[in-house]
Design a protein around this ligand. Sequence first.
Ligand SMILES: Nc1ncnc2c1ncn2[C@@H]1O[C@H](COP(=O)(O)OP(=O)(O)OP(=O)(O)O)[C@@H](O)[C@H]1O
Length: 232
Amino acid sequence: MEFLAEIRGVTKSYGRTVAVNNMNLMIPRGKIIGLLGPNGSGKSTLIKMMNGLLTPTAGSITINGFAPGIQTKARVAYLPEKTYLQDGMRVCDIVDYFCDFYEDFNRNTAFTMLQSLGISFEARLKTLSKGTKEKVQLILVMSRNADLYILDEPIAGVDPAARDYILKTIISNYSENASILLSTHLISDIENILDEVIFIREGQVLSHLPVDQIREQYGRSIDSYFREVFAC
Ligand SMILES: Nc1ncnc2c1ncn2[C@@H]1O[C@H](COP(=O)(O)OP(=O)(O)OP(=O)(O)O)[C@@H](O)[C@H]1O
């Protein structure tokens, strides 16, 4: 299989709203890819379909050749935009939970990252700040040895100093054959780690290009290019 994920002719409608409109997208292996687009352009809807949380109205999605389901969930590490962890759980209990749930979860990686960010293993989630909770969730996701990491707004609530650490962590914790698809509005913070960017507008792919090509062709950063393309 040449591509890790294939999205072919995918449409998702919510009643009369067409959130994703006949989208075609090929996700290669071994790349960090930014999924960028204005509010309401369909990023989260696409991500939810790739994770089997929503079913396309039309078209097909495959990851490693399988439609989203049990086989793909075992190989895709997903950070949703909203937390699904119970507030009463302690950090160490959640680590155990992930260990039981995912064969590819590395407990040592998780504890090392938690320790270096000064997050107490004994703390209950409800006692942590919003940003720290987000760090915990990202650490859990990045401690899996997955084929595809799908991160929906991974650094939105995290302070700038922790962002750098987290981005470094993302880069150092994925293997060369894996890919990371991440959606964010904090383009200038993440553009240095990206290999490719996908621009989405009104549920369709406007462009999918290597970052270097955009920089060479347009002589500007991805952040500045995004602002020009999507100027209101
Ligand atoms: N559950 C829902 N019911 C109805 N419409 C929805 C629902 N979820 C999303 N939409 C609509 O679908 C479109 C795409 O939304 P989506 O959340 O996928 O965009 P997004 O690119 O992730 O936006 P943002 O950057 O603001 O997070 C929007 O018009 C939104 O209002």
